[in-house]
Design a protein around this ligand. Structure first.
Ligand SMILES: [Zn+2]
Length: 180
């Protein structure tokens, strides 16, 4: 996993987007799509408020860039996200043909870029390969999620934004889904 000099800069921008998610009552995850040193797509996690299970930060950043560029393919771009992508988002990154993925904290309970699954391996099973770098500002990214869930546990009586259907009690905890 190789890091580029400006990875930390863009990850800080993604962390600011994660703060936006937290302010909206969502799990704080932010994502940013960058092309040639310019941010072309931004997203933060908001599945609860938008009643949309696919409204993860990565998907929204891809949609934002796609709309802006008028193209569903986004070659030559780098996606920065504060938490390792899930299976759905890893698939979307392949469909979008992005060149590179940079994530902050690994997600052992649901990460699809090497933690729980490895859907972006450097082999020939997909005809598009994405270079991956993990662990950029890892501690800052993980701490934001830990703080969020710690706060949630303290305030169990405060409902998540606009949610009407509590998850079943047997749902396993993970960084993304804990307490949803
Ligand atoms: Zn996802």
């Amino acid at each position: 996993m190789s890091h580029h000099p400006d990875d930390r800069y863009w990850m800080r921008e993604a962390l600011l987007l994660a703060v936006e998610a937290e302010l909206a009552g969502e799990v704080p995850i932010g994502a940013l799509l960058v092309c040639d040193g310019v941010a072309i797509g931004r997203g933060y996690n908001r599945p609860i408020g938008s009643h949309d299970p696919s409204a993860h930060a990565e998907i929204l950043a891809l949609r934002d860039a796609g709309q802006r560029l008028g193209n569903y393919r986004l070659p030559g771009t780098t996606l920065y996200v504060t938490l390792e992508p899930c299976v759905m988002c890893a698939g979307a990154l392949i469909h979008a043909r992005i060149a590179r993925l940079v994530f902050g904290a690994p997600d052992p309970k649901g990460g699809a870029a090497g933690s729980l699954f490895d859907l972006l391996p450097p082999d020939h099973r997909f005809n598009h390969r994405i270079a991956c770098s993990g662990g950029v500002l890892q501690e800052e990214c993980a701490q934001m999620l830990r703080d969020f869930f710690r706060q949630r546990r303290r305030c169990r009586k405060i409902p998540l934004a606009h949610t009407h259907s509590p998850a079943p009690a047997h749902q396993p905890p993970s960084l993304r889904h804990d307490l949803l």
